[in-house]
Write a protein that binds this ligand. Structure first.
Ligand SMILES: *[C@@H]1O[C@H](CO)[C@@H](O)[C@H](O)[C@H]1NC(C)=O
Ligand SMILES: *[C@@H]1O[C@H](CO)[C@@H](O)[C@H](O)[C@H]1NC(C)=O
Ligand SMILES: *[C@@H]1O[C@H](CO)[C@@H](O)[C@H](O)[C@H]1NC(C)=O
Length: 696
């Protein structure tokens, strides 16, 4: 009997389960200018506007049997990952409103893992390093947006059933560390056709009137179609797939984030999975690079992957469209009703303290007579080299001075790994002994969040990191084996707390990027396998589990080098919102309309659901009535902020609209909204629009 299992109640009678589901969506876009993006860890990759806004998509579930109700929240948010601080604040706000209905044990928040959104919200020092520290504006934007989406879902609870479907989607993902994958035992690999998962899994929630309330899709792929040269906020391939599906189900004229039907494309075991299907090539020669070492012949020539499109926007569109079309196909098939109770168990786990039985992937059994252990967090050397989706991400080594002032300030304080760390992490050569670093505060988490939820026959393993393909397969298999009532098992990736990658023991030996970033050592996955068996057992036998040690609260010691907005001023002889460059008078489909405006700094106001830029069509000349046909969250628009003079505080925005096929003929204009910071203090709104133009 496990010591963490405290209390078991008799499994519920097989009474009728009255499932209710609510869905909600809210704008969660982070500060759109001058804040570093989270993902590629490139100091230079800061935001300068918006291509696709970020949304939080929330699903609230309630199961009522007799007088007992169970609740569960699942959120997929267009962010790089989720962090403990944001989740805790979201729950705090929910509790203010609803009491203990929502708590740390029944709320799963999963990041889609887009690499083109503002960072600085994670708190752990290493993760905010390339953002120049903690960014309160990002933190607040994510808390408010996620909270709102859950509140909307809460208020819309209605009777529904859960229908599951799946389909194969080929040519939309590849393995970016194929040589590591090959380290897994041949007997195990023989069970699978591909070195990445090709299945798109979907649950849809259907009302008694057979209407779709919402859809969650899981397809394993990194949202790294937009590469590390991008400076526009983007929800990337999965975010655009969501927008496409929501438009298809709510009506094409529905603005992003405004439809009642909510469709998430959420993260799963995407650790070693890239959308860049042309594979890695050398930057200049175009030749396929040395797979093992990511080397090209010429010095300084980088090796990176791209494709399938002509540029990163085109690649994003292609991958998104494939996922969207596959999801629509699944939606239109009968599917499988996954009836049964809902439930969740959750535990905080201190990874370095874990001692577990090793796992044999060939026999799929644990060896109870042997023991392996977790290590203090540490990053290996390959981590500094990056991946083929973003080469040379962290170009520092111990002791070297870099262009990152925050790194330069702390590098002398990096702790030396002890002999025990070295032994524990072997064969990983330790670059950063993050688990020992105390200055300025915790660098990487030691305590993670683990949970298993069930929606009838669908079991959801929410994991605090990026599981590689094979790690994910092992976890799914072991849960299926543990719980025969688990008809389908899906991994909810990058949930609640971020603790980097989880490679298999065999992949770990190769020490490529994913393994170098498997921070608790070679047996990290085995610890999780043991833990999720324990949690699954508790879930199906209705046993309570101990909540585990609470992760530390870092919110009082955070440092930030991100400067605030000082002031704005309009260009000489102009006012904020003045149009500096008017569009032409006439356009047709496929043309790109461009307009420039005198602007304030977009960080002055986050403008959730209120847009910085919209395209309007004239409905009635007499009443001067205009309707919004596209916003800065739409694919067809780009909102680009350009600083003209830091000293003067002047800046302008460029707004682009690529006129989609099918746009009705008529009179249009572009409207810009913003806020400026007055030099003597205070923030004031302004707006301005272009002259009208014709689309024919
Ligand atoms: C919505 O747009 C798609 C793609 O442009 C098109 O195929 C579809 O027919 C449109 N649906 C409606 C109801 O207009
Ligand atoms: C990023 O994509 C652009 C095309 O959109 C390409 O020119 C550039 O080389 C790519 N860079 C990297 C590092 O992938
Ligand atoms: C289990 O572990 C023990 C102790 O390390 C070892 O002697 C034994 O061979 C292992 N059993 C299997 C089936 O691998």
């Amino acid at each position: 009997m496990n010591m963490f299992v405290l209390l078991c109640v008799a499994a519920c009678a097989l009474g009728a389960h009255a499932l209710r589901v609510g869905v909600g969506i809210s704008d969660v876009t982070g500060p759109p200018a001058e804040i570093g993006f989270m993902g590629y860890a490139q100091l230079e990759q800061t935001g300068h506007g918006i291509h696709l806004r970020q949304f939080s998509r929330a699903f609230v579930f309630e199961d009522g049997v007799e007088n007992k109700t169970t609740r569960l929240v699942y959120v997929s948010v267009d962010a790089a990952m989720m962090g403990h601080g944001v989740r805790k604040e979201v729950i705090k706000r929910l509790q203010k409103r609803y009491g203990d209905m929502y708590n740390e044990h029944n709320v799963i928040i999963s990041g889609t893992h887009t690499h083109s959104t503002p960072g600085g919200f994670l708190m752990d020092f290493l993760f905010d390093l390339s953002i120049l520290g903690f960014v309160k504006e990002t933190y607040a934007a994510y808390i408010i947006g996620i909270y709102k989406s859950i509140v909307i879902a809460h208020t819309k609870l209605t009777d529904a059933r859960v229908v599951f479907g799946e389909a194969e989607l080929l040519d939309a993902n590849i393995n970016r560390s194929p040589t590591s994958y090959l380290r897994n035992p041949p007997e195990e690999r023989a069970k699978y056709k591909y070195d990445v998962d090709k299945t798109l899994s979907q649950v849809r929630f259907i009302t008694p009137e057979d209407k779709v309330l919402g859809v969650i899709n899981w397809f394993a792929v990194h949202p790294t179609s937009m590469n590390n040269t991008n400076h526009l906020i983007s929800s990337d391939n999965v975010g655009y797939a969501s927008i496409l599906m929501e438009k298809a189900l709510n009506g094409n004229a529905t603005l992003p984030g405004k439809g009642t039907i909510v469709c998430a494309f959420a993260s799963t075991n995407l650790g070693d999975v890239s959308p860049n299907t042309r594979g890695p090539h050398c930057e200049f020669s175009g030749k396929v690079c040395d797979q093992e070492k990511l080397l090209c012949k010429r010095p300084k020539e980088r090796c990176f992957a791209s494709g399938p499109g002509r540029d990163m926007f085109d690649s994003t569109r292609i991958i998104a469209t494939k996922m969207f079309q596959t999801a629509m196909k699944v939606l239109n098939e009968p599917g499988e009703d996954l009836t049964g109770p809902i439930g969740i168990v959750h535990q905080y786990v201190k990874m370095p303290d874990q001692v577990v039985s090793p796992y044999d992937p060939v026999t799929e059994t644990f060896n109870a007579s042997a023991k392996v252990r977790g290590c203090l967090p540490a990053m290996g050397y390959s981590f500094a080299a990056g991946t083929t989706d973003g080469p040379g991400a962290f170009d520092f080594k111990q002791g070297t001075t870099t262009s990152n002032p925050l790194w330069n300030a702390v590098r002398d304080f990096i702790a030396e790994p002890t002999q025990d760390d070295v032994d524990c992490q072997a064969p990983k050569p330790i670059l950063l002994a993050t688990g020992r670093a105390r200055f300025p505060y915790e660098w990487q988490p030691k305590i993670v969040s683990c949970s298993v939820a069930r929606l009838g026959g669908l079991f959801l393993a929410a994991v605090p990191g990026e599981f590689t393909t094979m790690s994910g397969r092992r976890l799914r298999n072991i849960i299926s084996k543990t719980a025969p009532e688990a008809k389908k098992v899906v991994i909810a990736g990058l949930s609640n707390i971020y603790s980097d990658y989880v490679a298999t023991f065999e992949e770990y030996q190769a020490q490529r990027y994913e393994a170098a970033s498997t921070i608790y050592g070679p047996h990290t996955l085995e610890i999780y396998l043991n833990k999720y068996v324990e949690l699954t057992n508790a879930l199906v036998s209705s046993c309570a589990v101990e909540s585990g040690p609470e992760p530390p609260d870092l919110s009082h010691q955070l440092i930030s080098l991100v400067p605030p907005v000082l002031w704005d001023s309009a260009h000489w002889g102009h006012e904020f919102g003045d149009c500096l460059q008017q569009p032409q008078k006439h356009y047709s489909y496929g043309d790109v309309v461009t307009a420039n405006f005198v602007s304030g700094h977009p960080r002055n106001s986050i403008r959730h659901n209120r847009w910085y830029a919209v395209v309007e069509r004239l409905e009635s000349e007499e009443d001067d009535a205009w309707t919004v046909v596209a916003t800065d969250a739409d694919w067809e628009t780009k909102f680009i902020w350009i600083r003209d003079s830091k000293v003067m505080g002047t800046s302008h925005v460029e707004i682009e609209w690529e006129i989609p096929v099918g746009t009705p003929k008529g009179t249009y204009r572009i409207h810009h909204f913003g806020n400026y910071k007055y030099v003597l203090g205070g923030i004031y709104p302004y707006h301005g629009f272009t002259d009208s133009f014709q689309v024919s």
